[in-house]
Design a protein around this ligand. Sequence first.
Ligand SMILES: Nc1ncnc2c1ncn2[C@@H]1O[C@H](COP(=O)(O)OP(=O)(O)O)[C@@H](O)[C@H]1O
Ligand SMILES: [Mg+2]
Length: 388
Amino acid sequence: MPQKRILIVDSDVASRNFIAKKLYESNYDVSQAGSGKEGLIYSWRDRPDLIIADPALPDLTGEEFASKLRNDARTSHIPLVALSSDTTSSRRQTCLDAGFNEFIPKSGQAVPLLRDALVRLLGLTEEVMKQGGLSITFLGAKGGTGTSSMCANIAMNIAQFQPESRLAVLDLVLPIGSIAPIVGYTGEMNIVSVADMPADETTPEFFRRHLPAMNIWRFNLLAGSPDPERSNQLNVGRIWDIVTSLKTSYDYVLIDIGRSLSKITLPLLQHSDLIALLISTDISTVSLTKILLDYLKSKGVHLDSVYTILNRAVGLEGLSKVDAEKMLGITINAAMPYLGTNFAFANSHHQPFTLKFPNDTASIIFHDTAKEMAALARKLRGEQFAPA
Ligand SMILES: Nc1ncnc2c1ncn2[C@@H]1O[C@H](COP(=O)(O)OP(=O)(O)O)[C@@H](O)[C@H]1O
Ligand SMILES: [Mg+2]
């Protein structure tokens, strides 16, 4: 693997040199900048794999530095670590709000904390995500738009027309996962328990052998957090290497993030082969979806990798497809009609919709949508998007 390039931005030469030396010893390729402006120029020009900055810069605040990087397509996705001697919780918060991924206090523990953060943040690199199984991440601007039922049913339909493929579904909806109740899984293994395991045990081999199979659903499930208390204990730093392990051992990894767009899930969206965006037909969801799309665009997500599904989850009323397209300024890829109580019925019997109601026209839509999504994900994997 090529050496990872890290830029350190700090006006304090001694501190900068000290960190540079430690990282150099850990086999990173390190460069340095002494001011915010210099840091920005180097970042945009060299696009390092990761940037460490002391937020107390002489010319800009660290917060300004972070938002300038975040708002530029060349650097919006680069992991950013604050290394700060101002360790107050308010400073920590403003840094995280401005776009730093992690905040590490300058203390005796700084170097080991930094090393951990680097492994974590560099684990999910573009190269790694471009290898292995195709990833499709399901997202909605609001709860109840159908991300979980779609994720499970699309996964099952992909598996049905590609019986030789192995599929994993990962439920990252916080604070409570919702795929398990849909497919009827009641076992002990879930994202929180797996993230608690030592990193050297959650190998691709582990997931290939031990991820529970959901029988008629034809996929293996890494269930979500069983309750909010457990979700607070989730070791989020482990998510990246869990996802890459899953991608190594499965042909498809479908991830439900529901509406939990956060700094944990944003990198997954930025590196998914395809994003399935669920939209319901009420005006408030459509306007929230517009905000979400603009945000994703500003974070370097290419709209060609967003597959939009208009899902009439609550009833027949609401905007037409054409109205929704006008409001959003995009073409909607698929539309799922209101399925009445049938959908809830299939869900509550833990059955895929297409098995319970094979003759319903919606079963054809599920099948066609799954086919189109799988084909699109594969096509996008083969293409490299030019930077915006
Ligand atoms: N097209 C649809 N027709 C009828 N009911 C639906 C439809 N899509 C979703 N539902 C129902 O809406 C509820 C919410 O769906 P769910 O998949 O849990 O949404 P989310 O995961 O986005 O919160 C479920 O009871 C589901 O059965
Ligand atoms: Mg859900």
